[in-house]
Design a protein around this ligand. Structure first.
Ligand code: HPA
Length: 281
């Protein structure tokens, strides 16, 4: 089969040799949520650089690792540091960690990110449950020979973000008294933030939030038949909606301010998701 599949299998064998943990839920942490692992009962951790064949970052100071542990008794694998397309990786490498987490045993992928608010009714600091996405501006991670062992050539994308998982998260947010917007996430390549004209385009296309990750990961996960859910933290209103220029520092600081609330929602949602998975077994 394709080289990308061989690479994936090499990484998988390397992980299996080092870690015996079997997760049920895979969680990807977005900007500002890196400290989430402090709340997790950590069983093991594995630096990406210790996985044979794993795409190595070209960005100085970039580090990342898988953390294995329990959130409210649910076995999870957490990506602390994701791989972005704008760093220069091929799309197959960007989604390799997602594929690996599925192969480790994760049935559900929980995506988080920081995003710019495009919807005029949104405010900076809010959380948005992702109900659908637009990934048409980045190459599909499924381009190339199909990995038949993972999924079909032409996968259906009519419900990328699982309705039942969305309902569980909505219910959890309500229980915790955390306001939750709902909307469509649009992925652009970055790394530049958008221009005001690009944001008007995103809005015309039906986007509520814009960012530089997530949608490609969801496409790869959907191809493999994972249950997917995602929450965006609206760190700022997108370019042109206020008269302030954007900076990564501002995005990170905003994310860190809202992190405690976001973390509570993630923890309680994982507990509810884990319970629903157990009931299905
Ligand atoms: N645009 C793109 N990505 C982002 C933004 C934004 O405004 N905020 C946080 N991530």
């Amino acid at each position: 089969m394709a080289k990308a599949y061989d690479k994936l299998m090499r990484c998988y064998r390397s992980v299996k040799k080092k870690v015996k943990f079997q997760p049920k839920v895979a969680l990807i942490l977005g900007s500002g949520l890196g400290d989430y692992v402090k709340q997790v009962k950590v069983e093991a951790a594995l630096d990406y650089s210790d996985i044979e064949g794993f795409p190595v970052s070209t960005v100085p100071g970039h580090k990342g690792r898988f953390v294995f542990g329990h959130v409210k008794g649910i076995p999870v694998v957490i990506m602390q540091g994701r791989v972005h397309y704008y760093e220069g990786y091929d799309m197959a490498d960007v989604v390799l960690p997602v594929r690996l987490m599925k192969m480790m045993g994760a049935q559900v992928l929980f995506l988080t990110n920081a995003a710019g608010g495009v919807n005029e009714n949104f405010h900076a600091g809010e959380l948005m449950l992702i109900k659908d996405q637009i990934s048409s501006f980045v190459p599909s991670p499924l381009i190339g020979p199909n990995m038949d062992k993972l999924g079909v050539r032409f996968p259906d994308m009519s419900e990328i973000y699982d309705k039942k998982l969305r309902a569980l998260i909505k219910k959890t947010a309500k229980k915790l008294g955390i306001p939750l917007q709902k909307g469509v996430y649009l992925q652009l390549t970055g790394p530049a933030y958008e221009s005001p004209a690009e944001i008007r385009m995103c809005r015309m296309l039906g986007a509520d939030a814009v960012g530089m990750s997530t949608a490609c990961e969801a496409v790869a996960a959907n191809h493999m038949g994972m249950g997917i859910c995602g929450i965006s933290f609206i760190s700022n209103l997108a370019c042109g909606m206020t008269d302030q220029p954007l900076s990564h520092k501002e995005v990170q600081e905003a994310a860190e301010r809202v992190a405690p609330l976001f973390e509570r929602l993630v923890t309680e949602s994982i507990a509810a998701i884990g319970k629903s998975l157990t009931e299905k077994e």
